[in-house]
Design a binder for this molecule. Sequence first.
Ligand SMILES: Cc1cc2nc3c(=O)[nH]c(=O)nc-3n(C[C@H](O)[C@H](O)[C@H](O)COP(=O)(O)OP(=O)(O)OC[C@H]3O[C@@H](n4cnc5c(N)ncnc54)[C@H](O)[C@@H]3O)c2cc1C
Length: 425
Amino acid sequence: MVLIERDTFGGAAHLWDCIPSKAMIATGNARSFMGRAMRMGLRDEGSSVDLDKLKERLRGIESRLEGSVRTLLSSQGVEMIDGIGSLLGPNLVSAVSDDGTREIEADAIVLATGSRPRVPDWANIDGDRILLTRDCYPPPVLPDHIVVIGSGVTGVEFVHMFQSMGSEVTLVVSRQQVLPQKDPEVAAALETDFLARGVKLLKGARATSVERVGDEVIVSCDDGRVARGSHALVAIGSIPNTEMLGLENAGVVSERGYVPVDVHLRSNVPHIYAAGDISGRLPLSSVASMQGRKIAEHAMGMTVRSHRHLDYDKAASAIFTEPEIADVGLAEADAFAEGRKVRVTKVPFASAAKALINDDSRGFVKIVSDPNTGVVLGGSIVGRHAAELISVIAVAATNGLTVSDIHESILVHPTLSEALSEAAE
Ligand SMILES: Cc1cc2nc3c(=O)[nH]c(=O)nc-3n(C[C@H](O)[C@H](O)[C@H](O)COP(=O)(O)OP(=O)(O)OC[C@H]3O[C@@H](n4cnc5c(N)ncnc54)[C@H](O)[C@@H]3O)c2cc1C
């Protein structure tokens, strides 16, 4: 087995996306916890961010992760090529590296080249004051005032990150709600928190230009409004890395750059699979890695036994803001829009002793279940450790467990998970 990677083994998730963004958020969170320390009985308050230390920490995490990926792969006998891969034909791959060009014959090929941030033609990204997410690990200086364009998952995480590190933040929201794809109640909880933290929301405004004028950055919107800051971050989605992949040489069909796949993650050429962001499914690391596992099972002929297809509707996801947001399965708003009868139970964290201990009782747990059978269909959590806690609802929703199955489990006291048990009552 051969794996070709042009950058870091472990992928952009380790180098550019999930891991460095969450590591920076962890630093911001530590700073904001320190800001609340006096309320919890400590004397010193606040601290400033050391960007050099932060950079060192990020590089340390990245190299440790890459090291363990390389160790794992070589222990499994995988040959790793540091180079650029492309298709020369349906069974022929080229790998261009410092050692030259190699042609590799293969009877199964997995395409998993990921995506990169979308750069609009109205933004002159300079990596200095007009930034993409990948310029932020860490940015050259901590912005005094950053204007974030894009209020999807990535945009709101970066709002939280910069605000918690001490920057003033303005968020340009093209619709009337941040996180337009999420349950409105969940989005509203985040908006309330942003406003309480002094984040300015420019709603119903679509950015049309970003210009640098001296030390200032000016973001103009389609309705004539203007946001000014010291920096701007453009976070308006991503595009798949498929244009140099030689898809046409192998007859692989793509649509808008994505490679459509069937339930086994096969492209239109049956032995060429596509996983991760280029498959055009849920762009999450967790989904990409499960897709990889399903491809391995299929390519090795393991699907003849009882086999579970990947159920994208049951993929848990989280937004690492503060409070954290996590959800899985059917959302209350979607059930309502479909006219589907569901039972919705909601418990605020304020009722959990652990929330008082943490001095943070923001948020709630919401469980959506079938009113006749009690089977858990989905749920949302807003609050501390939501990304961890959602696992309980995810396991229940994926495996057809009922609310009683959750409620009959004896959980640890005092923990935030007790709110889950109450919501399942
Ligand atoms: C800011 C940000 C934060 C995110 N946070 C999270 C999160 O917290 N949780 C989560 O689940 N998801 C998160 N995501 C999404 C997640 O990063 C992606 O869904 C995931 O990385 C996709 O995995 P992948 O394998 O498709 O691609 P990638 O992880 O992008 O890996 C693709 C790899 O292919 C390599 N490559 C590309 N072309 C070639 C070529 N021709 N030859 C050789 N190598 C090539 C690239 O160098 C890269 O290493 C985040 C995304 C962003 C932008």
